[in-house]
Design a protein around this ligand. Structure first.
Ligand code: CXF
Ligand code: ZN
Length: 360
């Protein structure tokens, strides 16, 4: 089959090949025919070494498709089912799953680094984060796919696999934003826009979006931001809206020390600071020992929007159906797999794109 292969970490281009195979479907695995995949910033982060990934590998982790084959022990899925994939398949039995934090299940996530599910000739090829949706087909654990209604377009479904769940989940599950709250969102890419939409859903009264790219401001307004600014304008806006007390909830959706620090600085005492951006392991953020206790802020990480995919995927799709979550508007353009390098190049430029969708 056709797939886009990352030969080495550090490569800026993927190699399109037609001789990629998946492994056989094990008893508890399924094969999925990928129909749509988003191009997420974490795919670039896998390529440039910001996030851990193995090469040779197939990246892409935001996808939807059709079940093509199921292993002998799989009961809850059948060929023909439409599904959304997940990069954290919840095993359902580990302490994290049992305590209600399935997004932290490590069982299959660790296996993704030890069991390659693709091959080129005799060479094992790893799927990024256990997936690898920049391929026509992939094999995943049966828990790695959530069945969805047949009438949901694949491109809409694909968005839910990462960006939308991560962003909306950070608001609803991690921060638990309350009606009337003031919310600050730093970074207006696909996940940032999803945080803005989540804040709108939660009933936030003020949603301030910060991004250095002017074209992102109009975009942020379209999805629910009540105020927009470049980073230099934030202090004045905080003065106007909060009397410089700071926002009830602030979200970093960039993942670099300066923006995390800004999210902290612009949250009110007793407010919530949520780090959604996926930063480097060696990037350090400084906090003084005194401010950490004195300001009484809740500094929270948010991985995968704290999501329970079996509960959150369906509810996000229901919100989309009800017209309360704009997913159609998040798609900036559609491409084919052979245009994947063009899509990655466009994403490197912090321009006007929200989500590019690759249709397979
Ligand atoms: C990432 C986190 C690390 C694994 C792949 C997905 N999250 C969002 O893009
Ligand atoms: Zn992602």
């Amino acid at each position: 089959m056709k797939a886009a292969v990352l030969n080495q970490i550090g490569d800026t281009k993927l190699e399109l090949r037609e001789d990629v195979r998946t492994t056989e479907v094990g008893p508890r695995e399924i094969r999925i025919r990928v129909r749509a995949t988003g191009v997420c910033h974490s795919d670039l982060s896998a390529m440039d070494g910001t996030l851990p990934a193995l090469a040779p590998g197939i990246i892409g982790h935001e996808g939807a498709g059709v079940v093509a084959e199921v292993g002998a022990a799989v009961e809850h899925l059948a060929p023909g089912d439409h599904v959304i994939v997940t990069f954290v398949p919840p095993c359902g039995a580990c302490p994290n799953c049992l305590r209600g934090q399935p997004h932290l299940c490590a069982v299959h996530a660790i296996a993704a680094f030890t069991s390659p599910r693709f091959r080129v000739g005799d060479t094992p090829v790893f799927g990024y984060a256990g997936l690898g949706t920049f391929a026509e087909e992939l094999v995943v654990p049966a828990e790695g796919a959530v069945k969805i209604p047949d009438d949901v377009p694949f491109e809409i479904a694909a968005l839910v696999a990462c960006g939308v769940t991560t962003g909306v989940g950070a608001v609803l599950n991690t921060a638990r934003v309350e009606p009337g709250a003031s919310v600050l969102v730093i970074g207006c890419g696909g996940v940032g826009i999803s945080v803005i939409q989540g804040a709108r859903l939660a009933g936030a009264a003020r949603i301030v979006a910060v991004d250095p790219v002017p074209d992102k401001h109009e975009l942020a307004r379209r999805f629910g931001a009540t105020h927009v600014t470049a980073p230099e304008g934030l202090a004045a806006l905080s003065a106007e809206l909060t009397g410089s007390m700071g926002f009830d909830h602030s979200f970093d959706v960039v993942g670099i020390p300066a923006t995390i620090r800004s999210a902290w600085d612009n949250a009110r005492r007793g407010g919530t600071v949520v780090v959604v951006g996926a930063g480097r392991a060696d990037a350090m953020v400084e906090f003084s020992a005194q401010e950490l206790f004195l300001h009484d802020k809740r500094l929270l990480g948010s991985f995968y929007g704290g999501a329970n995919v079996r509960h959150d995927y369906p509810r996000l799709l229901e919100l989309w159906r009800a017209g309360r979550l704009d997913l159609d508007g998040m798609i900036s353009r559609r491409l084919g797999l052979d245009e994947i390098n063009e899509a990655l190049e466009a994403l490197r430029d912090p321009g006007t794109l929200i989500r590019q969708i690759v249709l397979l």
